[in-house]
Design a protein around this ligand. Structure first.
Ligand code: NAD
Ligand code: ZN
Length: 372
């Protein structure tokens, strides 16, 4: 006997943009969790910078719904040290969180990834609510359907696809970020603008001074548009769990992930993505799929946003190119890279001209503004 039948399951994905989400007057969280219980995990650097958060989550949930608030070591270390994952999983299990209860993760992309992985595996998956507290998390990772931790230096080697029940973006959480982490999310916004939305690229370009001055009112619409484009791609793009061989939203990421690993995760994801975008931009121009003046505009925008594109790790071009095979292997199937071909336009390639690519990397390493 042989049977074949597609298994279909639908998920509801929600994105809510608000201010002061963790305060009594704001109903965003209440609407999501209703009368159910929730356990809260907060990025420890965020909790230190915004001390009221711990109390406010307790007060908001009140005793009957509050299943504990815990701190998670912020930054990439929480994805690298597997004991952090087990600790979170145990706390979720010990708190009696069932599949109708919620895990609320508040923090940077790294904390959201490790808490999300634990939430996806305890009882084979409990409900997750994400509140990103970095520009990068709000512009990109929080609205995604992926989670993960690193294994033996390889980024996101363990992880799963799991749709959060809700993502709540609150710009007030961003006020205490370091300048580096403030900048990081705009690399992902530039990326998604290059892939999907020329108007967003223009808006970023024109808003650079305000963004660099950390003007929340100027940043919020850019972050929101980036989140919306990621959300729309995931919900309507046809391949939310990446079963094909392409990751259309991961432009620049083959080298970004590799650079992070090569620098033992000293290089932040956002900074690495900016360098990765610069490499793919110069390569695309050298390949002839992107006009030189467009390439110069993209590189200029990344530099003006304050990204330092000429990282010493770029000297090891052999080590960097290992990232191509790791990227291919992560997805399976043929290598598929999405290159910029304009603003809101891309080109897909399945092979790489190594000589041209190494040349592009060297140009970036030597000083990006004259790279094209
Ligand atoms: N799952 C996905 O789809 C996806 C997508 C993109 C990136 N990511 C992952 O996200 C991670 C990077 O996330 P990130 O850029 O948000 O950095 P991060 O999570 O490493 O946070 C950066 C630093 O800022 C601190 N911090 C966070 N919020 C703060 C606040 N409001 N005030 C003060 N300090 C704060 C953190 O503790 C940390 O030290 C990487 O591991 C990356 O792989 C995942
Ligand atoms: Zn990214």
């Amino acid at each position: 006997m042989r049977k074949e039948q597609a298994v279909r399951a639908t998920f509801d994905h929600r994105l809510c943009v608000t201010r002061n989400a963790i305060s009594p007057g704001n109903a965003s969280l209440d609407r999501v969790i209703g009368d159910n219980r929730a356990i809260v995990f907060i990025d420890d650097h965020l909790a230190l910078a915004q001390p009221r958060l711990q109390n406010d989550t307790r007060n908001m949930l009140s005793a009957d719904r509050h299943a504990g608030t815990h701190l998670v070591p912020g930054g990439e270390r929480c994805k690298t040290d597997v004991t952090v994952f087990f600790d979170i999983a145990r706390r979720i299990a010990d708190a009696g969180i069932d599949r109708h209860s919620h895990v609320i993760a508040i923090g940077g992309g790294a904390v959201l990834d490790v808490v999300g992985f634990a939430a996806a595996t305890v009882h084979r998956g409990v409900r997750l609510v994400r509140l990103g507290s970095t520009t990068l998390a709000q512009a990109d990772s929080a609205v995604g359907v992926k989670n993960g931790i690193n294994l033996d230096g390889v980024k996101n080697m363990l992880g799963s696809f799991a749709v959060p029940v809700a993502v709540i973006n609150d710009a007030e959480l961003l006020t205490t970020l370091s300048d580096t982490d403030w900048r990081g999310g705009f690399a992902e916004a530039v990326k998604v603008a290059l892939i999907k939305d020329a108007a967003l690229f223009n808006r970023i370009e024109h808003g650079i001074d305000a963004l660099n001055a950390r003007d929340l009112a100027a940043a919020e619409p850019i972050i929101t548009r980036s989140a919306e484009l990621h959300f729309d791609h995931i919900t309507s793009g046809g391949d939310p769990f990446e079963q094909g061989s392409a990751r259309p939203l991961d432009m620049g990421h083959w080298s970004a992930h590799r650079l992070e690993a090569m620098t033992s995760f000293q290089l932040r994801h956002g900074d690495a993505v900016a360098i990765g975008l610069a490499i793919d931009t110069v390569y695309a121009a050298r390949l002839g799929v992107l006009r030189d003046d467009d390439a110069r505009r993209i590189i200029g925008c990344l530099c003006d946003l304050g990204f330092d594109l000429s990282h010493p790790a770029l000297e090891d071009t052999g080590g960097l190119l290992v990232g191509l095979e790791q990227f291919r292997e992560h997805l399976g199937g043929p290598l598929t890279l999405i290159l910029p071909a304009g603003f809101g336009a891309t080109a897909t390639v399945h092979t790489v001209d190594e000589k041209l690519l190494i040349d592009a990397v060297r140009r970036i390493a030597d000083g990006a503004l004259s790279a094209v």
